[in-house]
Ligand binder design. Structure first.
Ligand code: NAI
Ligand code: OAA
Length: 332
C-alpha cells in the first residue's frame, strides 16, 4: 500500500542550499524512493518572487513523489503539520568571517521560529538546524520551544563528517564508501574535532584501522584536522559563496539515517543535546557519534578517549558555552 505523504519544511528555501535541497527531497533522496512528500517552503517576503520561481520549477520537474508544494512567507502556514523541519533560513558568512559572526542576525530568527514550530508542527516533528551558527541556533530553538522533546532537535555536522571521510579517501585513494566511523566532536566551527581514532577502511582482508593504513600520525593529528575544520572557509574562498550542494546532500544523509536507521556497524555524527556523555556539559548541542534505529538516535558509548582527543573535545565544548552566552546577549 502507498505510504501517506510526509510534510517536509525547508526554511530559507529560496537560498542556495534550498535550491539544491528541495529537488533532492522531491526525488526521495532524504526519505526514500517509496515515501511521497509535501514540501513546505518558507522564505522572507522580499524573496517571495524567487521562492515562487522555485515552486514553478518543482512543478515543471514533475517529480513522481511530490504530492504538493506550499510556498509561503507566513511562518505559521509553513510550519503547519510538518513532520520534518530543515531550518536553513538565515544569513551565511562571507570570506574572513567565523560562523559565530552571523550570530546576532541568525539567533533571533531561531527564537521566533521556535514557537511557530512548537505550536503548529506535527507531534514528534524532527528538526534539523543547518543555518549557522548551527549548534547555537539549535540550542536557542530548543530553549524557546520547550514542549518539543530535546531528542527531536538536532544540528548538521554530517557535512563535516562526510568531509572527514572524503579526506581519508583522497589520501588513501580508496572509495569514500569504504571509509567509516569517523567522528566530529563538538561545534560546527573551526574548533570542531574530527577524530579518526576509531575509523576504519574496508580492504580485501576486512576492516582495518584508518591510523594503521594511513601510517602518518603527524598528518592525521595536524593537517587532516585543520583541513576538515577549515573546509567551509576554503569553499567560500573558491566559490565566493558557502557550500551548498554538499550541505544539501549531507542534510539528506542526516535525516535519512535518523528516520530510516544507520547501517549495522556504522555510526555517523549529529549535533544533539548532550546527556553528559563523554563528560560534555548536559544540555549543550554538541556533535557526537550516534547510531539511529526506529527513528531515534543514541550516542555511541564506551569509546576510548586519549589525552589529545580529550583536550580537543573540551576546547570545542568551551566554545559552545561561550556561544550560548553570546547568543543570549544578542537576544536581550
Ligand atoms: N551546518 C552546515 O553544515 C552548513 C550551514 N550553512 C549555513 O546555512 C545557511 C544558509 O546558507 P545559504 O543557503 O548558502 O544562504 P542563502 O543566503 O543563499 O539563503 C538563505 C535564505 O534564508 C532566507 N531567510 C533569511 N531570513 C529568514 C527567515 N527569518 N525565515 C526564512 N528564511 C529566511 C534568505 O532570504 C535566503 O533566501 C547559512 O547560515 C549558512 O552559513 C551552510 C553550509 C553548511
Ligand atoms: O563555512 C560556512 O560558513 C558554511 C558552512 O557552515 C560549511 O561549509 O561548513
Amino acid at each position: 500500500m502507498a505510504k501517506n505523504p510526509m510534510r517536509v519544511l525547508v526554511t530559507g528555501a529560496a537560498g542556495q542550499i534550498g535550491y539544491a535541497l528541495v529537488p533532492m527531497i522531491a526525488r526521495g533522496v532524504m526519505l526514500g524512493p517509496d515515501q511521497p512528500v509535501i514540501l513546505h517552503m518558507l522564505d522572507i517576503e522580499p524573496a517571495a518572487e524567487a521562492l515562487n520561481g522555485v515552486k514553478m520549477e518543482l512543478v515543471d520537474a514533475a517529480f513522481p513523489l511530490l504530492k504538493g508544494v506550499v510556498a509561503t512567507s507566513d511562518v505559521v502556514e509553513a510550519c503547519k503539520d510538518v513532520n520534518i523541519a530543515v531550518m536553513v533560513g538565515g544569513f551565511p558568512r562571507k570570506e574572513g568571517m567565523e560562523r559565530k559572526d552571523v550570530m546576532s542576525k541568525n539567533v533571533s530568527i531561531y527564537k521566533a521560529q521556535a514557537s511557530a514550530l512548537e505550536k503548529h508542527a506535527a507531534p514528534n516533528c524532527k528538526v534539523l538546524v543547518v543555518a549557522n551558527p548551527a549548534n547555537t541556533n539549535a540550542l536557542i530553538l530548543k530553549e524557546f520551544a520547550p514542549s518539543i522533546p530535546e531528542k527531536n532537535i538536532t544540528c548538521l555536522t554530517r557535512l563535516d563528517h562526510n568531509r572527514a571521510l572524503g579526506q581519508i579517501s583522497e589520501r588513501l585513494k580508496v572509495h569514500v564508501s569504504d571509509v567509516k566511523n569517523a567522528i566530529i566532536w563538538g561545534n560546527h566551527s573551526s574548533t570542531q574535532y574530527p577524530d579518526v581514532n576509531h575509523a576504519t577502511v574496508a580492504s580485501n582482508s576486512g576492516e582495518k584501522p584508518v591510523r594503521e593504513i594511513v601510517a602518518d600520525d603527524n598528518w592525521l593529528n595536524s593537517e587532516f584536522i585543520t583541513t576538515v575544520q577549515q573546509r567551509g572557509a576554503a569553499i567560500i574562498k573558491a566559490r565566493k559563496l558557502s557550500s551548498a550542494l554538499s550541505a544539501a546532500s549531507s542534510a539528506c544523509d542526516h535525516i535519512r539515517d535518523w528516520v530510516l536507521g544507520t547501517p549495522k556497524g556504522t555510526w555517523v555524527s549529529m549535533g544533539v543535546h548532550s546527556d553528559g556523555s563523554y563528560g560534555i556539559q548536559k544540555g549543550l548541542i554538541y556533535s557526537f557519534p550516534v547510531t539511529c534505529e526506529n527513528g531515534e538516535w543514541s550516542i555511541v558509548q564506551g569509546l576510548k578517549i586519549d589525552e589529545f582527543s580529550r583536550a580537543k573535545m573540551d576546547a570545542t565544548a568551551k566554545e559552545l558555552v561561550e556561544e550560548k552566552s553570546l547568543a543570549y546577549s544578542c537576544l536581550n
